[in-house]
Design a protein around this ligand. Structure first.
Ligand SMILES: [Zn+2]
Length: 625
């Protein structure tokens, strides 16, 4: 496909050639994205990156710890040393540090080494029979589209009025066990795999009293087991897990299964977690563009880590720092400001830092931010596979940057619900580059273990990865027109409507949505043609105002102001209830409740298309192009 970036460059050339037509002054030739990228790349060196990595990864950095604070002090000192404007915000977030776990096998001489998880429930000598649940793939799915509630697929609202009573506030909402599922009542589940955010909830909904997860390798990986995103609120604190969970190595899992093959095994599970309010510090560097009213690009990655976290993510923090310094040196070439944030609370507060920032700077972000660029886990030694996550409007830019820098042809994927991508409610286009070690080379096995030390980072790989960010950021910061592809976003939206219509069949009509999307597409085509005329704050903000309503509905199933559960979703996630119409009797309560959900979501969809079209019409009418 013709890359968004190439068409933007073409647009930039036209601006240079036709200043009279655009009505604005031609940009100086050195202010193009490519030229800025080149000078930034020349300033970000493997040795400079390595120096910052060593300074940061020398500390163990669980969020709120002294080590994290020392790393933050280093980042602040380097920024201030260069004269870069920096703020340090201090705030309380609800966090959970796993402390210890132990498993006592009653009547057997076996004491597996165990750890617990961030946001596991605490338990002291919880006794239960061990039940082999199989693997994570054997767990029943959660019902999608139920919003704040989590229920197993098929156990949803209207199926059984006794299910999911949450009147008491924080509860596990234990639903009746479905036919065909294991009865885990009072049992401690033994399950192979490292848990996703919802795994303990799935087991709790099956009636389990506790869980032991078995690593597929001879190691223990730290993890987080809550679906809450950021500090919980009154809306979702009931989803904090109530199930104690532990993690054991492969050989200990095999030993437990061996014992189980000979008869009933009972265990006592103890998990100790330190869960509560903790102070966090957030460093934000703000590099202004010369124009006082210029919007900005937000660039973030987490500074907290499990253990020394060299790949995850001292290396990314080092790249953020060196990139901030390089862009600051060339700030006169920026058309948009760069705001760089080192998020605390990524792990133990489950994206608590980025969510706090979204919550507390919401109005500023919606008024002045034009994109969010996330970085997580770059610099892995032996990394070979390039990929990217991007919202549809930035897929073209992501693919072009990777192709030009590495030669790799990639097909950027839809953002998952992870990694401090806390700005879907703000409605910011998203970009993240990835460069991973292949499974056949052993994969990224040290992730979330004490082995994530600086020898796992290759400064040359880190330089390649930092260069992707130099290019991506430079394009977003310096090109005359913000390089977002409106048409790609509107087309992705249209494709999602068509897929939902195919899923709905005759049961729900999305024809009106399709018609409005086609109308919007016509407007956006007109804008993309006219963008050759110029840019500036007004156009940048107008472009994001067109994208924002679409982004919120395409990527988020509920409110812009309250974070969705940390669960992956499909495009137009608010329409997942269409699946219920396909499987239920139209006379059932469950079908009818689903239908009401869909009518309301349909209103949200139409309103988003109308708002986007109105923003497009305003831009066309104001002559800002
Ligand atoms: Zn990470």
């Amino acid at each position: 496909m013709l890359s968004a970036r190439r068409s933007v460059l073409l647009a930039a050339i036209m601006v240079l050639l036709t200043p009279m037509l655009s009505g604005c002054s031609a940009p100086p030739p050195d202010s193009q994205g490519l030229e800025l990228a080149e000078v930034v790349r020349s300033l970000v060196t493997p040795s400079g990156l390595e120096e910052q990595l060593e300074a940061i990864a020398q500390y163990e950095r669980p969020s709120g710890s002294e080590g994290e604070s020392a790393a933050i002090d280093h980042v602040v000192a380097v920024l201030e040393g260069d004269g870069i404007p920096v703020d340090v915000y201090t705030f309380q977030a609800y966090a959970s540090d796993p402390i210890t776990a132990s498993i006592e096998v009653i009547g057997a001489d076996l004491q597996p080494e165990a750890i617990t998880y961030s946001f596991s429930a605490a338990a002291e000598r919880l006794e239960g029979r061990l039940v082999d649940v199989g693997t994570l793939d054997d767990l029943p799915d959660l019902e999608p589209g139920t919003g704040e509630r989590l229920v197993l697929r098929g156990d949803g609202a209207g199926r059984d009025s006794a299910a999911g009573d949450s009147r008491g506030g924080r509860s596990t909402q234990v639903a009746p066990t479905q036919a065909g599922l294991l009865d885990l009542s009072g049992a401690i589940a033994l399950i192979e795999g490292i848990p996703g955010t919802a795994s303990v909830d799935q087991l709790a909904l099956m009636g389990a009293a506790g869980a032991i997860f078995v690593n597929s390798q001879e190691r223990l990986n730290d993890l987080i087991v809550t679906t809450t995103w950021g500090t919980p609120s009154l809306r979702n604190y009931h989803r904090l897990p109530t199930l104690p969970a532990a993690h054991v190595k492969k050989s200990d899992g095999e030993a437990l299964r061996n014992l189980m093959s000979r008869g009933t095994v009972r265990v006592r599970l103890t998990t100790v977690v330190d869960t509560g309010w903790k102070e966090h510090r957030l460093v934000v560097a703000r590099i202004p563009a010369p124009a006082p009213d210029a919007p900005y690009v937000l660039f973030g990655g987490h500074i907290d880590a499990w253990y020394h976290g060299a790949c995850d993510e001292g290396a990314s923090n080092a790249a953020m720092l060196e990139l901030a310094r390089a862009f600051y040196q060339h700030r006169h070439q920026l058309r948009r400001g760069l705001v760089v944030a080192w998020w605390p609370g990524h792990s133990n507060a489950r994206y608590g830092g980025s969510t706090w920032f979204a919550d507390n700077f919401f109005a500023d972000l919606t008024s002045n931010a034009v994109a969010y660029v996330n970085v997580d886990g770059i610099g892995q030694k032996d990394a070979k596979r390039f990929s990217a996550n991007a919202s549809a409007a930035l897929v073209g830019l992501a693919a072009t940057v990777v192709q030009e820098r590495s030669g790799a042809e990639i097909d950027p994927s839809r953002p998952g619900r992870n990694s401090d991508q806390s700005f879907n409610g703000v409605g910011l286009p998203l970009l993240q580059f990835n460069h991973n070690r292949l499974a056949e080379d052993g994969g990224y096995w040290w992730w979330h273990t004490p082995d994530d030390t600086i020898d796992k980072v290759d400064p040359e790989v880190l330089k390649v990865d930092a260069d992707l960010y130099s290019d991506g950021l430079a394009a977003l910061l310096a090109e005359p027109v913000l390089p977002v592809d409106l048409l790609a976003e509107v087309d992705a939206f249209g494709a999602a409507i068509e897929r939902r219509q195919a899923e709905a069949g005759e049961r729900f009509d999305l024809g009106e949505a399709r018609r409005r999307q086609v109308h919007l597409r016509g407007l956006v085509e007109g804008i993309q043609r006219a963008l050759a005329g110029g840019g500036g704050r007004q156009v940048d903000i107008a472009l994001v105002d067109i994208l924002r309503p679409l982004h919120r509905v395409l990527y988020s199933p509920s409110s812009p102001f309250h974070p969705d559960p940390g669960l992956d979703s499909s495009p137009l996630p608010g329409f997942t209830a269409l699946g219920i119409l396909a499987e239920e009797d139209p006379a059932s309560d469950r079908y009818r409740f689903a239908e009401v959900s869909l009518i309301r979501e349909h209103n949200r969809l139409l309103e988003a298309l109308d708002r986007s079209a109105a923003a497009a019409e305003r831009l066309l009418a104001t002559g800002g192009l």
